[in-house]
Design a binder for this molecule. Structure first.
Ligand code: ATP
Length: 263
């Protein structure tokens, strides 16, 4: 990985690029993955590359709803696995839910690579200390018991055609709540139409996904997932959530970026 000094103002962004470039070379990502990341980066620049107060509220709301869900699942694509796989495994251990690899451009090779990557991450996280405030049983056991789904490909998302409809019958198909960072608009719409609660992380407050979800966290996925783990441990309460307001808050922050230009 590139050796970037801590003082570099764009260190986190450059490290994310390096991680994704390496993962792409290893065959973990679809060809369009870096383009999708670039679109996200542009919005993050406007957000000041930090989690806003409004995004923090969305994170707490998502945490509250995931804890209350009967059958939650965390759905990961390639970019999310690479950028926030560790946080996703930690979150799944706290919630006690499966993680499903679900990718738009599905090939057996990429499914296998992403699943093996998550197995390695699960093993690593099981040997790490539990999150501060964790009062569950054995952290090691909670992490190791996370089901890694996706390769089974025996479920369907009704309302979608072709390979994009494929999912796990024990994951997304039966879930009542899906945390799906970086989802595509069509799939988000189909999941909502099936009556599932859908929580997304998307830096673009105007994407169809962002507008369709029940709770949208407008934030960078690794920052948001790190904060989600802390919020889950605190077990917040569900509120009267206004998702439109969360999207407007994000756009207002981006509009204020013009204040940085010298007059
Ligand atoms: P939609 O179909 O929902 O309108 P889209 O076609 O714009 O979305 P895609 O190209 O499928 O979206 O996916 C990229 C989305 O993911 C963009 O909205 C981008 O802002 C967001 N994104 C990319 N990287 C990140 C990241 N690291 N963290 C959060 N969001 C990200």
């Amino acid at each position: 990985m590139a050796d970037i000094p801590d003082s570099h103002p764009r260190k986190a962004s450059l490290l994310a690029r390096a991680k994704l470039t390496e993962a792409a070379a290893e065959g973990l990502l679809a060809e369009s993955a870096l383009i999708a990341h670039g679109r996200g980066e542009a919005f993050d620049y406007l957000l000041g590359e930090k989690t806003s107060e409004s995004a923090s509220l969305a994170i707490r709301e998502t945490a509250a709803r995931l804890i209350k869900a009967e059958r939650a699942v965390i759905s990961l694509n390639g970019n999310t696995t690479v950028l926030a796989g560790e946080q996703a495994i930690r979150a799944a251990a706290i919630i006690g839910c499966p993680v499903e690899v679900n990718i738009y451009y599905r090939t057996p090779e990429r499914m296998e690579k992403l699943t093996s990557t998550l197995k390695e991450i699960r093993n690593k996280v099981s040997q790490m200390s539990p999150p501060a405030g964790w009062n569950g049983v054995q952290w090691h056991d909670s992490v190791n018991s996370i089901e890694l789904l996706g390769a089974d490909a025996d479920g369907r998302i009704e309302g979608l055609e072709g390979p994009r409809a494929i999912c796990s019958s024990r994951g997304i198909e039966v879930a009542d709540a899906v945390l799906v960072p970086l989802e595509d608009g069509d799939r988000c719409e189909a999941l909502v139409a099936l009556g599932k609660q859908v929580y997304v992380i998307d830096l673009n407050p105007l994407s169809r996904t962002a507008r369709m979800a029940h709770v949208t966290i407008v934030d960078e996925v690794s920052r948001a997932m790190t904060e989600l783990c802390s919020a889950l441990v605190e077990e917040p309460e569900i509120s009267h959530w206004d998702n439109g307001q969360a999207l407007r808050d994000a756009l207002a922050i981006m509009a204020q970026a013009s204040n940085q230009i010298p007059s």
